[in-house]
Ligand binder design. Structure first.
Ligand code: GAR
Length: 214
């Protein structure tokens, strides 16, 4: 079977990118990263991609008046790589319907953009998901007993798309933010490649807002 041609979008350190890169090295893994795109020039994830021999594209968002204009530039720059699906891996930009339409996977009849989020997307959206679970945000001072790592299809809202998989990670009494983040990232690194595998193997279906794993 042809491997799914995956684009990975990053903004930062790229530990999730690294876990996907590592999984893609396995001969039986059904996807391969054909390009890594960053909106941040200094993102360490770009180095990880270069070390793995994966082409990189950097499209800083500064200077674009509208999100769609930035996204149009991204779509044009990565067009040569024939991306079939995009994994947002710590990509800290809200995406618009323009990008989602550009990457809709017509062959699978599924959205083509997937995201990983360190919290339950039904409870908290946006950046700082681990801080949310720790009760460190002024508007959310309550410390939770657990966070729920969420992998979801991206829709035009912020972290509102159909949930593909969630895994609970406990917030332990002695945890500092780095303890929770470290424990959570280990789970992220396992779950995200698993979901990409399900997507690539055609084992996901959407009915309404519900994702069914076949
Ligand atoms: C990860 O924890 C990811 O879940 C989160 O950013 C981090 C990126 O780390 N994403 C979001 O918060 C998206 N709303 P990484 O660059 O080491 O993969």
């Amino acid at each position: 079977m042809e491997k799914l041609r995956l684009g990975a979008f990053i903004s930062g350190g790229g530990t999730n990118l690294q876990s996907i890169i590592d999984n893609c090295k396995k001969p039986e893994y059904p996807a391969r990263i054909v390009v890594v795109m960053s909106n941040q020039e200094g993102a360490y994830g770009l180095k990880r991609a270069e070390q793995a021999g994966i082409p990189t594209v950097c499209v800083p968002h500064k200077g674009f008046k509208k999100r769609e204009e930035h996204e149009r530039e991204i779509v044009e720059r990565i067009e040569p790589y024939q991306v079939e699906a995009v994994a947002l891996a710590g990509y800290m930009r809200v995406v618009t319907a323009y990008l989602l339409d550009a990457f809709y996977n017509h062959r699978k009849g599924l959205p083509g953009v997937i995201n990983i989020h360190p919290a339950d997307t039904r409870a908290y959206q946006g950046a700082h998901g681990y801080e949310f679970a720790m009760g460190m945000l002024a508007e959310h001072p309550q410390r939770l007993a657990e966070t729920k790592i969420t992998v979801h299809f991206v829709d035009a809202g912020v972290d509102t798309g159909p949930i593909i998989q969630q895994v609970s990670v406990p917030v332990l009494p002695d945890d500092g933010i780095d303890d929770l983040r470290g424990r959570g990232l280990k789970v992220e690194h396992r779950v995200y490649p698993e979901v990409i595998r399900l997507y690539a193997e055609g084992k996901l279906k959407i009915e309404g807002q519900q994702v069914i794993i076949l």
